[in-house]
Design a protein around this ligand. Structure first.
Ligand code: NDP
Length: 240
């Protein structure tokens, strides 16, 4: 039997790439979105449409979803995974670093949801998986603006669940602790990056992205009448 289409944002590295590999192994056609098209294509996955899309552009997200649905049928799930973490303190973090995080981590998630939700509601089926963070449940040093965006992801997911639960659409929040990916590399403060690395090493290392992909696939793989609303997972040694 043919498996349905799954859309994954931010699939060019880290958790998104690992999730793409896993769903592809399980036979799903995919739509993969990110700005680095060559990295999406390098995954070399079958039945996969790769599109260079900035997820902060609603029209581009929607157009790519419509294009993939015309080929592979309706999107049965979206993994709103694309995200940016620029660490700093409110007192001295460059203010220009806040806008891109808010645009991607909050608006990008809303755009991904909106691109697939009307179709899911019409069909009475579908799964929206939003990648938040443990930093969407509690605060961490130097994380003020980032935790703001991730608390927003938790809040939007919960509210969305209230909106759509009666219509057969599932909403899942994935909240990982530290994962070994490119995420930290974009932070501009070398001191904060070094402190974060030290914190990670003291915890015995971070999660492998494949583990988070496994959690996402586990939630998706439940029977349609079951919603795993949230999965919180972290390396055993991670404190906080
Ligand atoms: P990576 O930096 O490895 O991946 C981020 C992905 O987002 C990349 O594929 C990147 O692709 C994409 N992306 C960034 N900006 C845009 C944009 N404007 N439009 C489209 N895609 C974009 O980090 P992770 O895999 O760690 O991050 C994935 C998610 O997991 C994020 O939401 C993050 O907040 C969350 N998370 C990560 C944790 C960690 O410790 N790593 C812990 C908890 C949550 P490209 O640059 O090609 O556009």
């Amino acid at each position: 039997m043919t498996k349905p289409l799954i859309v994954i944002t931010g699939a060019s590295s880290g958790i998104g790439a690992a999730t793409a590999r896993l769903f592809s192994d399980r036979g799903h056609p995919l739509l993969l979105l990110a700005r680095r098209l060559e990295r999406l294509e390098a995954l070399g996955l079958p039945d996969t449409l790769c599109r260079r899309v900035d997820v902060t552009d609603f029209d581009a997200v929607t157009a790519a979803v419509r294009e993939a649905e015309a080929v592979h049928g309706p999107a049965d799930a979206i993994v709103n995974n694309a995200g940016l973490m620029l660490l700093g303190q409110i007192v001295d973090q460059p203010v220009e670093e806040w806008g891109p995080m808010i645009d991607l981590n909050i608006k990008g998630v809303l755009y991904g949801i909106r691109a697939v939700l009307p179709g899911m509601l019409a069909r009475g089926a579908g799964t929206i998986i939003n990648v938040s963070s443990v930093a969407g449940r509690k605060t961490f040093p130097n994380h003020a603006a980032y935790v703001g965006t991730k608390f927003a992801v938790h809040a939007m997911s919960e509210n969305l669940l209230e909106e759509v639960a009666g219509a057969g659409v599932r909403v899942v929040t994935i909240a990982p602790g530290a994962v070994e990916t490119e995420l930290l590399s974009h932070t501009s403060s070398e001191r904060i990056k070094a402190d974060y690395q030290e914190w990670k090493e003291a915890a015995g290392g971070a999660l492998d992205a494949a583990v988070v992909a496994g959690a996402i696939a586990h939630a998706y793989g439940q029977p349609p009448q079951v919603t795993i609303r949230e999965i919180v997972l972290a390396a055993t040694g991670q404190q906080g």
